[in-house]
Design a protein around this ligand. Structure first.
Ligand code: NDP
Ligand code: OXD
Length: 314
């Protein structure tokens, strides 16, 4: 470990033990609340760190988010200027692709209806449509959105994608920017949200946006799947859209407030499928080795990879 930079580990909301064990196999690691203002700390590995914590580290060289999203970092008004590295990893991407395929297929194959029928012991076969009749639209064509789009295409769906800048994905109809949003929604039956939370995307999933989705397919209504961030959506708008038929169903992995309060009507809503921000869990077994490799490379003078652009916030 001699000559290797020291790491501060600060994880809020779940157990840091495994991260600690894997990081400390190769480097000296201090677990917050130890390490406050320690001048010998070079790197911070964080999830929802306490505001102001990182600004007190005088020699911080890089910040590693243990997730793909970095809005948790920007929630700190005193975030220091050190480069931020986010997760881009095959294992995390595979988890997200599985979640998206699972939820799209469940809505497409009417899982909610069959679960309700089963409770009533009802033997009824509703009409079935092929995947090729359904357009799935993905908001966010980044690392996760692109992989989900490719998997959905391979599964037989028509796929649309929307991003900030124009993007190309083979076999996917792409739209971009403000001008592309309504045409994208008008061509989409099942909306999958894989956007980062930024100033520009906060609250984007509004009632008005959901109204623009297409409703002419064999699903009996439009569907929303959000695995991006909860603050992209307005929970009350989604409930309104479900209750007046603007939306047929929703699968929500993320919520404006997490954990989802016990009083939320989402829990018992017959048209909502809830998962607890579990679409793609960060697994330290897969994510620590590339972090350690990046620290080693950085100390050899090589550039860091997957750095967040502070001007766009993702
Ligand atoms: P990327 O940064 O790779 O991709 C982000 C995509 O969103 C890009 O296509 C980008 O456009 C697009 N985008 C950003 N801002 C806008 C905007 N204002 N208008 C239109 N498009 C926009 O992120 P990832 O794919 O790696 O991750 C996406 C998000 O998924 C994360 O930020 C995180 O919030 C969430 N996530 C959720 C998990 C869960 O378990 N629920 C797990 C992991 C991640 P462009 O291509 O033009 O840059
Ligand atoms: C992430 C997450 O951003 O787990 O990786 O939400």
């Amino acid at each position: 470990m001699a000559g290797k930079g020291k790491v501060l580990l600060s994880i809020t909301g779940f157990n840091p033990q495994r991260w600690y064990e894997l990081l400390s196999a190769e480097r000296e690691v201090v677990l917050e609340p130890e390490g406050a203002a320690d001048p010998s700390i070079d790197y911070a590995v964080v999830w929802k760190q306490k505001p102001g914590l990182l600004a007190k580290l005088p020699n911080l060289k890089a910040i590693f988010s243990i997730g793909a999203g970095v809005d948790h970092l920007f929630a700190d008004p005193n975030l220091p200027a050190a480069p931020i590295v986010r997760v881009v990893d095959e294992n995390l991407t595979q988890h997200m692709v599985e979640y998206v395929l699972w939820r799209v297929f469940d809505h497409h194959r009417q899982g909610q209806l069959y679960r309700a029928q089963q409770t009533k012991k009802a033997w009824h076969e509703p009409p079935q449509r092929p995947a090729a009749d359904i357009s799935v639209g993905i908001m966010g064509l980044g690392n996760l959105g692109r992989a989900a789009a490719e998997a959905l295409k391979a599964a037989g769906f028509r796929v649309n994608g929307w991003s900030r800048r124009p993007q190309e994905v083979a076999g996917v109809t792409t739209f971009s920017g403000d001008a592309g949003l309504v045409p994208f929604l008008n061509a989409t039956d099942i909306l999958v949200v894989l956007l980062p939370l930024t100033e520009a995307t906060k609250g984007i999933i509004s009632y008005g946006l959901l109204k623009e989705l297409r409703r002419r397919n064999g699903l009996g209504g439009a569907v929303l799947i959000n695995a991006g961030r909860g603050k992209l959506q307005c929970d009350a708008d989604i409930l309104r859209a479900l209750d007046d038929g603007t939306l047929k169903e929703a699968s929500l992995d993320v919520f404006e407030v997490e954990p989802l309060p016990k009083t939320s009507p989402m829990w018992n809503h017959p048209k909502v499928f809830v998962t607890p921000h579990a679409a793609a869990t960060s697994d330290p077994t897969h994510l620590v080795p590339p972090m350690l490799r990046q620290m080693d490379a950085f100390e050899r003078g090589e550039p860091l990879e997957n750095i967040v652009d502070r001007t766009t916030g993702y």
